[in-house]
Design a protein around this ligand. Structure first.
Ligand code: ADP
Length: 259
């Protein structure tokens, strides 16, 4: 069971929401959205009420990952009603715009989108609101950090050095915005050979540890590169729902976030 504070007692600026945790990444494609979705599922499995705000306006994939692709967002009395997606309350820009329509985002529009979605969503009572940020250090992450009182942020990256350079910029942004760095998630950490069980370090080894040391924050979880993670996301049934080492890794991450 989880020792979460009663939702109403903690003031966050979102009435009823106890903790807001942002998931950021230096660049796209490292598994940020995958991590956000599976973290949300793992938190829910610990007994928490969980919402997911998909602020990744450039690649809003969470509706697909949670099996509600094409389900439109509703409003009620001027408020946005989150989509119930396998127990998680989801609000995604991907549910608000037609899929075949390219979105042209000027800076002011980006801020307006974040403001609208943060002010108008009826989350109800949540223990955790996970925010899937767009990759990088653009206007939307800045708006989210200004408009939402974040409890902290997780930084997702692969062990690959190139990615880590981008990660550095992400951490610098957190520091500038006075957002608490909860720790790092090393995604695609290793691949277990299905034939011999050997662990293959596809993107190298140790980079994230050195990095964590530099910034004085822990590596909270190492998520393997696993075909079930990709398949789960594509099928709309996140891997954290399945039993096995992958789900265990996400549980470990959720436990570290709840700490
Ligand atoms: P980002 O949000 O950082 O752009 P995504 O979460 O969309 O990245 O992931 C990019 C791609 O990599 C997706 O196809 C996803 O299914 C896959 N992926 C992410 N993490 C893993 C993993 N640990 N193992 C296997 N595939 C993964």
């Amino acid at each position: 069971t989880m020792d979460a504070a009663p939702a109403m007692e903690v003031s966050t600026g979102l009435p009823g929401v106890a903790h807001i945790v942002a998931v950021i990444a230096g660049k796209g494609g490292v598994g940020k959205s995958t991590t956000a979705v599976n973290l949300a599922v793992a938190l829910m499995q610990m007994g928490a009420k969980v919402g997911l705000f998909d602020a990744d306006a450039f690649g809003p994939n969470t509706p697909r990952m949670l099996g509600v692709r094409g389900v439109p967002l509703r409003t009620q009395g001027g408020k946005i009603v989150p989509i119930e997606a396998q127990g998680i309350k989801l609000v995604s820009i991907g549910s608000a715009i037609p899929e075949d329509q390219p979105v042209v985002w000027r800076g002011s529009l980006q801020h307006g989108f974040v403001r609208d979605f943060t002010q108008k969503t009826e989350w109800g009572e949540l223990d955790y609101l996970v925010v899937d940020m767009p990759p990088g250090t653009g206007d939307i992450p800045l708006s989210v950090m200004q408009l939402l009182p974040l409890s902290g942020a997780l930084v997702v990256g692969t062990p690959q050095e190139v990615a880590l350079e981008d990660v550095r910029r992400g951490v610098t942004m957190l520091n500038k915005m006075n957002v608490n760095l909860l720790g790092f998630v090393e995604n695609m950490s290793y691949l277990v050979c299905p034939n011999c069980g050997e662990e293959i370090d596809v993107f190298g080894k140790g980079g994230m540890d050195a990095f964590a040391e530099t910034f004085g924050a822990p590596v909270l979880a190492r998520i393997p590169m696993d075909v079930n993670i990709r398949k789960g996301s594509d099928a709309g049934l996140p891997a954290a729902f399945q039993e096995g080492p992958v789900a265990e890794a996400y549980k470990e991450l959720a436990a570290a976030v709840v700490q």
